[in-house]
Design a protein around this ligand. Sequence first.
Ligand code: ADP
Length: 323
Amino acid sequence: MKNIAVLTSGGDAPGMNAAIRAVTRSALAKRVSVHGVRQGYAGLIGGNLRPLGARDVGGIIQQGGTILGSARCPEFTTEEGRLRALRSLRQNDIDGLVVIGGNGSQTGAHALWEMGFPVVGVASTIDNDLYGSEITLGVDTALNIALEATDRLKVTAASHQRAFLIEVMGRDCGYLALNVGIAAGAEAIVIPEVETAPEEVAEEVRAAYERGKSHAMVVVAEGATYNASRLEQYFHENRKRLGFEIRTTILGHVQRGGVPSAFDRLLASRLGAAAAEQLIDSEPGVLMGILNGKVSATPLTDVVQSTKRTDPHLWQMARILAR
Ligand code: ADP
């Protein structure tokens, strides 16, 4: 292999830049040149590639987001789109590709691999919903940002004897909500994996006040059936009967853009270096992630066919710890 490319795709995650840096410098150390692809699969289809040298990836390890840009590219989900991407890879003499991204991006990587192109993935998503890695790039930073915001709201909640609803990211997976909830000591946690009716949430809040608490914090994942806006509507419509009101804060994209934590920079460095090594010296068609604390390669075929779910036992534990 003489020339590889690297791209970031889907939702951006803190640590992507550190991974780009690690892929680039590890490949260069093996005398393999590197191209950066702009805007994920869209840049691949449009031939938007440029050479990356060691200095081009300098000063980015501490930056959130991605210097290459990311995008959602519906065209790549079609065979025609992927054939165009393959053509531009060949035109630029690229022999292999590293895809830094989440579930959708790794599904795209798998599709390219199935068409015979050497690809290696790096597990990167703040949702932590990717099979093949216990922890993914960006989760630690997003968790700490959401936790800091929740801690601050708790101070206000306690001062005013209020109930607060905090919505964190997580479309199909409650990992962030559950872990923020446990770490912040939330009175109730609402995640997609555990169906929770609004009456049950109201009961938890009421019971918290009865136990003598001066506040009640409810952390909810955006993908839960009863997300923040539906819960807010329920609480508003029933405020007289319930005897309390609830204030809502949707954290949204502030969770994504943070300065990557030490953990995410280290994870990105390890996974990025391993991805370059795997692509150049070993077997492609895999996702680089962390399993049992070690950098591990999982076939992309297994990654796209399997689902990682949040442990419901932790949800039970959180209820007990919030008593
Ligand atoms: P994430 O990687 O963060 O989960 P998305 O789900 O938006 O983000 O996926 C990112 C991109 O990956 C999509 O815009 C599309 O280009 C590509 N992709 C997603 N699903 C597929 C698929 N089934 N086949 C091919 N490419 C896909």
